[in-house]
Design a protein around this ligand. Structure first.
Ligand code: NAD
Ligand code: MG
Length: 383
């Protein structure tokens, strides 16, 4: 039995995790959940799984529950779930969005929980520190991201020393057939219509700007200990090949499957088993697959991610915070689509932040908060 905690249970990854758990009730038991602002869905989920601990987003969201779980709320409540400890073999599925997921991951590791990590911002801001904690507290951390799950599968029983290169595939996002000129005037609704995946709003916008791929390169760098120069993001519009590993003898392994996040979720929870799953199976015989270079001119956010990673120090925290602020403003209809990348560029090109040193978690979070606040104030009223 695995004892499961899910942060962000009402979101896209959260609900799909519950769907996977439903398929193996004898294997997984839900112990803790954090729910969002959708109170009807929150109630349904809490009453169905009857977790021992529930975290509400805000105190005013707390409603009466038919039994008596421990009830907590807010950022501190997320940390309480991370600290709650009753069983052997506990797993925390972090399906929160944004840097809000960082401290709960850290706290869960410190308390001996294994981590199934969808919250990629955790690794973007603090991949080096997380790796160190995973080693120190002897827990397992597995990715819930289709590309990294693919790489994990390709690397099974392979030697790290034989890896030549990782290829991370990218669908191209909502505007993949648009020229840069055509990106002027696109709407939030257009941006939220991803051609291959159904996901939460922030990652859908990150996919359209290609910042999501930049984040995934950083994620891969930390998860698999591969230098940035050996990781390449490539265009693959069918989203059938989820990523590839090239070995030193020229052999390339790829992992294929339908675009359904329940597959990587199930792989993380059942690792290293490919347990039977009620999802559509792919007929790759019927497919024609395309691959191409990803142009940094067309998708500058990808190059900004590499630039921030190269600068080091506080720059990855600045990259993440400026992206969170800009995407937030775009989703609110307060800035146009192309302003997102401009805001990020201004931040990561400025030389005001310290580089080439290892900042503490507190410094990263604090600089992130001030960058976020500054951008919201500066650009909030533009459109
Ligand atoms: P989502 O917006 O659908 O869900 C996020 C959930 O987190 C929501 O229920 C929201 O209420 C909750 N939440 C957000 N901020 C919070 C806070 N400060 N405190 C408490 N709760 C908060 O997002 P998603 O698409 O499920 O993505 C979750 C994470 O997984 C992201 O980091 C994303 O990049 C990553 N991811 C998602 C997918 C996907 O297919 N959706 C694929 C790969 C990786
Ligand atoms: Mg992905």
């Amino acid at each position: 039995m695995k004892y499961i905690y899910i942060l962000g249970a009402c979101g896209s990854i959260g609900t799909q995790t519950l769907d996977v758990i439903d398929q193996y009730p004898e294997e997984y038991k839900v112990i803790g959940l954090s729910v969002g602002s959708d109170l009807i869905l929150s109630k349904k989920i809490i009453e169905k799984y009857k977790p021992e601990i529930v975290c509400f987003r805000k105190e005013e969201h707390i409603f009466s529950i038919s039994y008596a779980p421990k009830v907590v709320y807010g950022d501190e409540g997320l940390l309480e779930i991370a600290r709650y400890q009753r069983y052997e073999n506990e797993w925390l599925v972090n399906a929160l969005v944004g840097v809000a997921g960082l401290m709960p991951t850290v706290e869960a590791i410190r308390n001996g929980k294994n981590i199934a990590l969808a919250n990629k911002e955790t690794l973007v801001v603090a991949g080096d520190i997380i790796k160190e904690y995973v080693r120190k507290y002897k827990v397992t951390l597995l990715p819930i991201d289709s590309e990294h799950s693919a790489i994990l599968q390709c690397l099974r029983r392979e030697s790290d020393r034989e890896i030549e290169k990782l290829y991370i595939t990218a669908s191209g996002g909502s505007f993949r057939n648009f020229t840069r000129e055509e990106l002027n005037g696109v709407t939030v609704e257009d941006a939220l219509r991803h051609p291959n995946w159904s996901m939460g709003p922030k990652i859908t916008i990150d996919s359209a700007t290609m910042m999501n791929k930049g984040f995934e390169v950083i994620e891969a760098h930390y998860l698999f200990d591969i230098p940035y120069e050996n990781i390449e993001a490539i265009y693959h519009p069918e989203s059938m090949v989820h990523s590839c590993v090239e070995f030193k003898d020229g052999s390339i392994k790829a992992q294929l499957g339908v675009s359904d996040m329940r597959i990587p979720i199930s792989y993380a929870l059942a690792y290293p088993q490919h347990r039977a799953l009620a999802v559509k199976h792919v007929s790759f015989k019927a497919c024609t697959l395309h691959f191409d270079d990803l142009s940094m001119e067309r998708y500058p956010c990808l190059s900004y991610a590499f630039l921030a990673a190269k600068k080091g120090g506080l720059y990855l925290a600045v990259l993440n915070a400026s992206n969170e602020a800009a995407v937030h403003l775009f989703l609110q209809g307060r800035i146009p689509f192309l302003k997102i990348e401009q805001i990020i560029y201004e931040e990561i090109c400025s030389e005001v932040y310290e580089r080439s040193y290892t900042p503490s978690l507190e410094e990263r979070i604090s600089v992130g908060k001030s960058v976020f606040a500054k951008i919201i104030k500066e650009y909030g009223e533009i459109l």
